[in-house]
Design a protein around this ligand. Sequence first.
Ligand SMILES: Cc1cc2nc3c(=O)[nH]c(=O)nc-3n(C[C@H](O)[C@H](O)[C@H](O)COP(=O)(O)OP(=O)(O)OC[C@H]3O[C@@H](n4cnc5c(N)ncnc54)[C@H](O)[C@@H]3O)c2cc1C
Length: 460
Amino acid sequence: VEAGPDYPDFDTAPYDIRDNSALGFLEHDWGFVARAGDAEVPLLRGRVVGGSSAVNATNALRPLESDFDRWVTLGLEEWGWDDCLKAFIELESDGAPGPWHGSNGRVPIRRYETSELQPFQGAFVHAALRAGHQWVSDLNGPGAIGVGPTPMNRDRNTRMTAARTHLDARVRARPNLRIRPGAEVDRLHVQRGRVHAVSLVGGEMIEGDVFVLCAGSVGSPLILLRSGIGDSDLSAVGVEQVADAAGVGRHLREHPAAMVVFEADSAEMRGMFPVAQTMLTASSGLSDDALIDLHVIPLTIAPDQFALMVSPVRPLATGSVTLRSASVEAHPSIDLALFGHEHDLAVGLRGIEIARSLARDAAFDGLLGAELAPGVGDDHVALTRAIREAPSLYYHACGTCSMGPADSPDAVVDPFGRVRSVEGLWVIDASIFPDIPSTPTNLATMMVASRCAGALSDLI
Ligand SMILES: Cc1cc2nc3c(=O)[nH]c(=O)nc-3n(C[C@H](O)[C@H](O)[C@H](O)COP(=O)(O)OP(=O)(O)OC[C@H]3O[C@@H](n4cnc5c(N)ncnc54)[C@H](O)[C@@H]3O)c2cc1C
C-alpha cells in the first residue's frame, strides 16, 4: 500500500526516477519542511513505489563494522558485524574483489573508472591525494578511509531503485502480492491490544492479521501516532492513546551538511552530468568512537557552480517528529537539530577547512572561481552563523521508531522490528535504526529489511 505512483516498467518511468543525478526535488516528494535551529529546510522523502531509494543519489556505501558494534553495545547482539556482512554480501552484485563482496545479489554496485571522471571530480581526487589522503578503489572494503570512486547502485546513469531491484516481473506475478499505488494510509486500528485493520485516506479499511509498516522515518512514526501508538501527550492533538510507546517520533537522527560552493567554469561542466562520482572519507580527530566522522563530496550543483559538501557523519544531535494534528492532511512538526550539538558543529567546521584547502590545490586551477558560500572567512563565529543560517543535510533520517532490548524504555520495536506495545504489527524501515550509521542509509535499510523480513517469515 503506497501513497505514490507505481512504475512497473522502469524504462518508461519519469526522468526524475530513472536518472540517478535527479535528486528528488521534483514530482515524487512529500513536501515536508523541517526545522533546524532557526532555519527551515526541505526534508525530501520519496513518494513512489521504491520510496526514497527512487529519488536518491545512489551512493551505495555500507555502514562500517564500528557502526554495528555500537548497535551491539546498545543491547542488540543480533546486529553484530558478521551477521550484517553476510546479509550485505547476499544483497549486492559487486564486481570489486574481496571475500566481503557478493556477486549474485539483487543490487548492482558500480564505480566510475578514473578515465570516466569529470574534470572537477578528477581534480578533487588529485587535490585529496596531494593533501595526503589515501587512494581507495573500494570504499566498502574493510578499514577503507580516503578518496576514491563512490560505490553506486546504478546501471550507467540510471538508478537501481529498490522497486527496480526487488519488484521484478517474477515477484510482481506472485499470487500473494498485490501492489496498491495511490493509496495513502491514514491509521491503524487496534482492538484488545492487536492491530486488526488499516484505514486509507478516503475511508477504505483493509483488515489483516499481520501488518508491516514501511513508511520511512517520517511516515512510520506519523502513522503510529495518528493510530494512538505513542506517548500520553497524544491527547493534546486529539488522539486517544491506545498503546504506550513513548519512543515513537523521538531520537530522529540525520547527517547535517554544509555546502562550500564555488563559481565554476561552465564549459568544463560537460552538461553537469554525472553530478557525483567520487568522495573522501576522513577523520576530524574529534570523535572518540569513530575513525571516520567526515565525508567530503564533490558535486556539480548548477551549470556554473561546483560544491564540496561536507558532512559530519557521526553526529550526536537528536531531533523529533511529532503530530500537529490528528488529521492526515496536517504537516508534521519535524525538528532535524542539524548542527544542534557542539560536537557536530566542530566536526563540520573542520570539514569546511579541509574542503577549502582542497579547493585551493593547483588541480582546480582554471576550473574554480570565487567561493559563493558560506562566503565568510575562517572566523569560527562567522562560519558557525553562516552554516546554522543555511544548514544542509545528507538526507539519511532514521531512528524515530528505534529498536532496542526489552528493558530499554524508548524501544518501539524488538530487534527484528516487532512493535513491543501492540500485537500483529511490525515496523521495517530506516526508522528502526537504534543509532545512525556513519554512512548513507539506503543499503543499510535494505539489509535491515531483508533480515527483519526473514525473521518475520520464520514466525508466520
Ligand atoms: C534526496 C535523497 C537522497 C538520498 N541519497 C542517498 C544516497 O545517495 N545513498 C543512500 O544510501 N541513501 C540515500 N538517501 C537515503 C535513503 O534513500 C533512505 O535511507 C532509504 O530509502 C530509507 O528507506 P525507508 O524504507 O526507510 O523509507 P522510504 O524509502 O522513504 O520509503 C517510505 C515509503 O512509504 C511511503 N509512505 C509514507 N507514508 C505513507 C502513507 N501514509 N501511506 C502510504 N505510503 C506512505 C512513501 O511514499 C515511501 O514510498 C537519500 C534520501 C533522499 C530523500
